[in-house]
Design a protein. Structure first.
Length: 205
């Protein structure tokens, strides 16, 4: 029969394996976002080189906006789904490390070296800057559309929406990060974290 220490080590190893899996999934999302951004640039270059459409600026603007929408969806998948699952396993492992002094304090050291801004905020800056860049490019093309009598209002609207979405992404990440610290402080003090209505309970944000 396995001893209590062996069972604890098995639980810790399974949590490490789950964290590695979710971290790899997040890396795939970032790779796709980078590829998506470069593909948008390549697509716009192709449009202006071959000019297969009558209104090339309109087509280029649609490509840039489609790429921005795709990157936003990847942000949801990366930060709001995979990172949340990763953090849930990390916090469970953090609790096990605190309750068992003989375990390596990997998560404890990670929590102490994250700096002022947590990981999810950094990730949100990565995605939001890409979205702002693409909406700015789309704005430039919109102002060149000849079929519009007054293209500038549409361009300003496009840039405003992109900037608001990017700001909301960073803001949402910051609020979730505060929730992360609350959960970690609850683990440190031995209390239970307050329920979070957005997550359906007291899970990681």
């Amino acid at each position: 029969m396995e001893t209590e220490r062996e069972l604890t080590w098995k639980d810790a190893a399974e949590l490490f394996a789950a964290e590695r899996h979710f971290n790899q999934m997040q890396n795939h999302c970032r790779t796709l976002a980078s590829t998506w951004l470069l593909a948008a640039f390549a697509g716009i270059g192709f449009l202006y080189k071959e000019q297969p459409f009558f209104d090339t600026p309109l087509a280029a603007a649609l490509v840039a906006l489609a790429a921005a929408a795709g990157i936003f969806l990847l942000w949801i998948l990366d930060v709001k789904v995979w990172h949340r699952l990763l953090l849930a396993n990390s916090l469970a492992g953090y609790r096990i490390e605190r309750e068992n002094e003989w375990l390596p304090k990997v998560r404890l050291y990670i929590s102490q070296t994250k700096g002022l801004f947590p990981v999810r905020v950094h990730l949100s800056f990565f995605y939001s800057l890409a979205i702002v860049m693409l909406t700015l490019i789309a704005t430039g093309f919109i102002t060149q559309i000849e079929t519009l009598d007054r293209p500038w209002p549409f361009g300003v609207l496009c840039l405003s929406i992109g900037s608001l979405v990017a700001g909301a992404m960073v803001r949402a990440a910051s609020l979730s990060a505060k929730r992360d610290y609350d959960i970690m402080n609850a683990i440190n003090t031995g209390s239970s974290p307050k329920p979070n209505d957005d997550n359906g309970g007291g899970g990681a944000a």
